[in-house]
Write a new protein. Structure first.
Length: 226
C-alpha cells in the first residue's frame, strides 16, 4: 500500500514537472517571439529610413549640382560606406530616380555653366564630361544650346574682359594664351585678336612705360611687348 502511494506521488511530481517545463517553454517562446518580432520591426524601420535618406540625398544632389546619374551613384556609394547602407539601398534609390531625364539634366547643367562669358564650346563640353555626363548626353546638351550662344562673340568678350582685368596692358601674346587656355578655336582666337576689343597700341605703350622703368635694353622691351 505504501509502495503504491509512493508511486502515485512520484507520478504526480513528474506530471507537475512536465507541466512546469511546458509552461516555461511557452513563456520562453513568447519572449523569443517578442524579441525577434521587435528586432524585425526595428530592422524594417532602419531599412526604410536608409532608403528614404538615400533618395533624399540623390534628389538633393541632382537639384543643387547638376550631377549626372554616374555622379549620383558615386556619391551614394560613398555615403553608403560612411553610413553603413547596404548596396541594395543604393540600388533601390537609383530605381526611384529611373524617371529622371539625364539628357535634360545635362542641358540644364550646360545652361548654368555656359552663363560665364569666357567659356568656349569645348570648355563647356569638358565641364559636362567632368560632371560625368555621358558623351551622348553631352552632345545632346550642346546641340540643345545651338543658336543660344555666339562663341565668336564670347571669344571677343573673353579677350576684352581679360584686358580690363589687366588694366589695358594686355599683350597680344598674353591675349592669345588666355583664349587658348579657355579652349576657344584657333579661328575664334585670331578673330578676337584682330577685333577692336583691345586697343593694342595703347596697351603696348602702357606696357612699354612699365618696362622702361627698369634698365632694359630695346631688345628686352621688344620681347616684353611681343
Amino acid at each position: 500500500m505504501k509502495q503504491k502511494s509512493r508511486k502515485d506521488r512520484q507520478s504526480g511530481s513528474a506530471q507537475l514537472t512536465a507541466r512546469r517545463l511546458f509552461e516555461g517553454g511557452l513563456v520562453l517562446l513568447t519572449v523569443l517571439g517578442i524579441v525577434i518580432g521587435g528586432n524585425a520591426i526595428r530592422e524594417h524601420r532602419r531599412v526604410v529610413g536608409a532608403r528614404e535618406q538615400a533618395v533624399a540625398a540623390a534628389t538633393d544632389l541632382i537639384a543643387t549640382t547638376y550631377v549626372s546619374r554616374a555622379g549620383v551613384e558615386d556619391t551614394l556609394a560613398e555615403q553608403a560606406l560612411a553610413l553603413e547602407w547596404p548596396e541594395d539601398t543604393v540600388d533601390w534609390a537609383m530605381e526611384q530616380l529611373a524617371e529622371t531625364d539625364w539628357t535634360a539634366e545635362a542641358l540644364e547643367a550646360a545652361l548654368a555653366q555656359g552663363t560665364e562669358e569666357d567659356i568656349s564650346e569645348k570648355a563647356l563640353e569638358n565641364r559636362l564630361m567632368q560632371l560625368q555626363f555621358t558623351t551622348a548626353e553631352t552632345e545632346a546638351a550642346l546641340s540643345g544650346l545651338s543658336g543660344r550662344f555666339d562663341y565668336d562673340a564670347r571669344a571677343v568678350s573673353s579677350l576684352k574682359h581679360c584686358a580690363e582685368d589687366l588694366d589695358g596692358s594686355l599683350s597680344r601674346r598674353d591675349g592669345r594664351s588666355h583664349l587658348e587656355h579657355a579652349l576657344f578655336t584657333e579661328s575664334q582666337v585670331q578673330m578676337a585678336l584682330d577685333s577692336d576689343a583691345v586697343n593694342w597700341q595703347t596697351a603696348a605703350e602702357k606696357r612699354a612705360g612699365e618696362l622702361l622703368q627698369d634698365p632694359l635694353s630695346r631688345k628686352g622691351l621688344e620681347a616684353g611687348l611681343s
